[in-house]
Design a protein around this ligand. Structure first.
Ligand code: ADP
Ligand code: 5GP
Length: 193
């Protein structure tokens, strides 16, 4: 089963996904390709495949991406091959992708479970973006401006099955765990019944 996790930058997606990978048996992470420069916090080959613009374009031309998009001036994409392999092994594949990607997946893979994470408030979102000390204030402001557009698009697109507020981290993770477990149970009933 594919589980798409989206939400504005800084809402806590990476934190949540990291925990889900620890807690959900059989879960694995879809490692995206990106042209964004690697930061201190990134583990190349684990969090992302960091590619040059030329390498990324070669994958686009070869049709290797299930979806790809431009976010805050950089390209991001999901490679098809590893996902196919993991789905064939009945793994739960977790994707951390933006709304444009979520919409593309929704149109191509109707049975993906898509969850959008919301911040408790705009102020909390800005605070979280700043708290990770990852980007310059200019980039933080760009990501913050993008957030409102993304949240609106997530609601209007119809691509998301569930909206979860990441207020208290543990509460939000537990809610997502139970959404995934319920969906798994529903699907196994469909298969046996
Ligand atoms: P994203 O992957 O969505 O950009 P991150 O996972 O990097 O976001 O989280 C951004 C910052 O917010 C991090 O410093 C993280 O520790 C913090 N954070 C995540 N969830 C919460 C929460 N529920 N309450 C407070 N801070 C949080
Ligand atoms: P970041 O630079 O903070 O790691 O990611 C920026 C945004 O790009 C986030 O919203 C993240 O979910 C999204 N993203 C990461 N990988 C992909 C991908 O493969 N496809 C798409 N469409 N978005 C991605």
């Amino acid at each position: 089963m594919m589980v798409v996790i989206s939400g504005p930058s800084g809402v806590g997606k990476s934190t949540v996904v990291h925990e889900l990978l620890e807690r959900i048996p059989g879960a694995c992470f879809s490692i995206s390709a990106t042209t964004r420069p690697s930061t201190r916090a990134d583990r190349p080959g684990k969090d992302y495949h960091f590619l040059s613009a030329e390498e990324f374009q070669r994958h686009v031309d070869a049709g290797d991406f299930l979806e790809h998009a431009v976010y805050a001036g950089n390209r991001y994409g999901t490679l098809i091959a590893p996902i196919r392999e993991q789905l064939a092994q009945s793994r739960i594949v977790i994707l951390d992708i933006d709304v444009q990607g979520g919409v593309q997946i929704h149109n191509k893979m109707r049975d993906a479970l898509a969850i959008f994470i919301l911040p408790p408030s705009n102020e909390a979102l800005l605070e979280r973006l700043r708290s990770r000390k990852r980007e310059s204030e200019e980039i933080i402001q760009m990501r913050y401006r993008e957030a409102r557009r993304e949240i609106e698009q997530a609601h209007s697109s119809g691509a998301y099955n569930e909206f979860v507020i990441n207020d208290d981290l543990e509460r939000a993770i537990t809610e997502i765990e139970s959404i995934v477990a319920n969906e798994q149970a529903r699907r196994s009933q469909l298969n046996t019944g």
